[in-house]
Design a binder for this molecule. Structure first.
Ligand SMILES: Cc1ncc(COP(=O)(O)O)c(C=O)c1O
Length: 460
C-alpha cells in the first residue's frame, strides 16, 4: 500500500500510482476529511480533539469564516503582486498588524511562505547588515544544540538536532553551537538561580573561540519548542544573552516560529522577559494556519543600516509579501486582538497544566510537565529518579501518539529529547481558543493513552 494521501484515487502512470511524498514512505497515513472548531474528522468518521492544532498552526481552530472571507475577497480583487516591482494596500495593512504585536523597536517586516524560509531570510538579512556597515568579516552564526530552525541547509546548519542533521552533515556549514539551559536535565550541583547566567556565558566563550570579528549573529528559540518539548529558559538567561550580543556587536535572532502569536500567553514569548531582539522570526500560527507563512521582524536600527548603506536588500522570493498571505495574516491578527487570544492562552494553559500535573502521580513514565501558556511539553522516562529515557526501539512517543489517536486525541510526538538522538516527549499546543472543558478532556484522553502504553510495555 502506498504511503501517500490520495494514492487510492491516484492516476496510474505507466503502472505506477502518482504519489505525494510524506516523511514515512512505509506508513499508511490517516486521511482527514474536515475540521470543525478544535476537532477534525477522519475518513472513518472518527472525531479527534486536536491538541496539536495541526502542528501549532491553527491558532483559532478550524472554523474561522472571517479569515476565509478576507482571503477570498483579496483573491477576487488582486491575488498576486511581484514584490520586486509593486506593493499593494493589504501588504501595508499586514505590516501595521504585525507591528501591533511586536515590541515598538521592530519596525520593518519581510513576509514569506514558511518558518524555514523566514529563518533563512533572517540569516541573510543579518549577514548583509554587517556588510552594509563595513564589517564583511562577520559571517558565522552561533546556534544551540537541541534547537530546530527549519529544514533548509542553512537553517539546519544553525539548528542543533543531531538526528535531523546527520544525513545532511557534509552539506552544512560548520557553525558553532552552545548548550541550551534545560532545568529538568541541568544536573547542576550549584545554585540553580545562577543557571541562566552560566548558560548564557557559554555564548561569550563561543564568540571568543570563533573570533568576535567573524560572528554575525546568535540564533535561539525563545522557548525551546518541538525538539526539546517546550523548555522554558531560566528568567535571567535571555537578558544576559542580549547583553553579551551587544557587547560583541552580534545580532540576536529570536526564532518565534512556534510561539508567535499568543501561544505562550503573550503575543511573543520574548514579552515574558522584555528583551528586544535584532530580528524576530515568526511562522506557523501567525495567519492562524490558513496560509503557509513566515515573517521576519526587523529592528529599526538594522533596517536603517540598509537605507543608509547600499539601499538594497539582496534577497527576495516569488511569493514574498503575497497579497493572499497578507490578507489572511491581517485578518488573523485582528481577530486575535479582538478576542484577546494571548490572555486566553495564558488562562487555558494553566487549566491544561493543572489537569496534566497529576499525571506525575498516576504514571511512572511521566518525567516532566513543562512549558508556558498553550505550549506544553511532557517528557517520558523509564525511571523517574535517574531520568533514564526509553530506548529508541520502544518508539515511546510514536506509540503514545497512536494510542491517543485511538482515544480521539491528536498530540505532537517528539524524539531525541535528551540529546537529539534518544528521549521522548509529546508537545501539546492546541488551538488558542480551547475551553476549560476541552483542556480537561485532553488530559483525560492522554491519561488513558499513557495507561495503554504502560500496559503494552509492561511497565505499569
Ligand atoms: C522553532 C521553529 N523554527 C522553524 C521552523 C520551521 O518552520 P517551517 O516548517 O514552517 O519551515 C519550525 C517548524 O516546526 C519551528 O518549530
Amino acid at each position: 500500500m502506498s504511503s501517500v494521501i490520495g494514492s487510492a484515487q491516484g492516476r496510474h502512470l505507466a503502472g505506477r500510482v502518482a504519489t505525494m511524498l510524506q516523511p514515512d514512505l512505509r506508513k499508511d497515513y490517516p486521511r482527514l476529511l474536515r475540521g470543525e472548531g478544535v476537532e477534525v474528522i477522519d475518513s472513518s468518521g472518527h472525531r479527534l480533539l486536536d491538541a496539536a492544532a495541526g502542528v501549532g498552526v491553527l491558532a483559532l481552530g478550524y472554523s474561522v469564516p472571517e479569515i476565509v472571507d478576507a482571503m477570498s475577497a483579496q483573491a477576487y480583487r488582486l491575488p498576486y503582486v511581484h514584490a520586486m516591482q509593486f506593493t499593494t494596500d493589504v501588504v501595508t495593512e499586514f505590516a501595521a498588524e504585525l507591528a501591533s504585536v511586536c515590541p515598538n523597536e521592530i519596525s520593518d517586516f519581510f513576509v514569506c511562505c514558511g518558518g524555514s524560509e523566514a529563518m533563512e531570510s533572517a540569516l541573510k538579512i543579518a549577514r548583509q547588515y554587517h556588510v552594509e556597515r563595513g564589517q564583511g568579516t562577520r559571517y558565522q552564526f552561533i546556534g544551540r544544540w537541541q534547537s530546530f530552525h527549519g529544514n533548509t541547509l542553512a537553517t539546519q546548519a544553525v539548528g542543533g538536532h543531531l538526528a535531523r542533521r546527520r544525513r545532511h552533515l557534509p552539506l552544512l556549514l560548520p557553525f558553532p553551537h552552545i548548550e541550551p539551559p534545560n532545568c529538568y536535565r541541568c544536573g547542576s550541583m550549584e545554585n540553580h538561580a545562577d543557571c541562566g547566567i552560566r548558560f548564557a556565558e557559554y555564548l561569550r566563550v563561543a564568540i571568543e573561540r570563533a573570533g568576535p570579528e567573524s560572528v554575525a549573529g546568535f540564533v535561539m528559540e525563545t522557548i525551546g519548542g518541538s525538539t526539546m518539548g517546550a523548555v522554558v529558559p531560566p528568567d535571567n538567561y535571555l537578558r544576559r544573552v542580549r547583553e553579551i550580543c551587544d557587547e560583541y556587536g552580534v545580532l540576536l535572532i529570536l526564532d518565534e516560529v512556534f510561539t508567535a502569536i499568543g501561544r505562550s500567553g503573550t503575543n511573543l514569548a520574548l514579552d515574558h522577559w522584555n528583551v528586544v531582539p535584532d530580528l524576530v522570526v515568526m511562522g506557523k500560527g501567525v495567519a492562524a494556519g490558513f496560509v503557509p507563512i513566515g515573517v521576519v521582524g526587523i529592528r529599526e536600527g538594522v533596517a536603517r543600516a540598509f537605507e543608509q548603506g547600499s539601499g538594497l536588500l539582496e534577497h527576495n522570493f516569488t511569493f514574498a509579501s503575497d497579497p493572499i498571505v497578507c490578507a489572511a495574516g491581517a485578518a488573523a491578527i485582528r481577530l486575535m486582538a479582538e478576542r484577546d487570544i494571548a490572555s486566553h492562552a495564558r488562562q487555558a494553559g494553566s487549566w491544561l497544566r493543572d489537569a496534566l500535573v497529576p499525571l506525575m502521580d498516576t504514571s511512572d513514565i511521566v518525567g516532566d510537565v513543562r512549558g508556558k501558556g498553550l505550549l506544553i511539553g511532557i517528557e517520558f522516562v523509564q525511571d523517574r529518579d535517574s531520568k533514564t529515557p526509553f530506548p529508541a526501539e520502544a518508539r515511546l512517543s510514536r506509540r503514545l501518539t497512536e494510542k491517543a489517536y485511538e482515544n480521539g486525541l491528536i498530540v505532537y510526538p517528539g524524539t531525541g529529547t535528551v540529546d537529539g538522538l534518544i528521549g521522548d516527549h509529546v508537545t501539546l499546543c492546541p488551538p488558542l481558543i480551547i475551553t476549560e472543558e476541552q483542556t480537561a478532556e485532553i488530559a483525560s484522553r492522554l491519561a488513558d493513552s499513557i495507561r495503554a502504553v504502560e500496559a503494552d510495555l509492561g511497565v505499569s
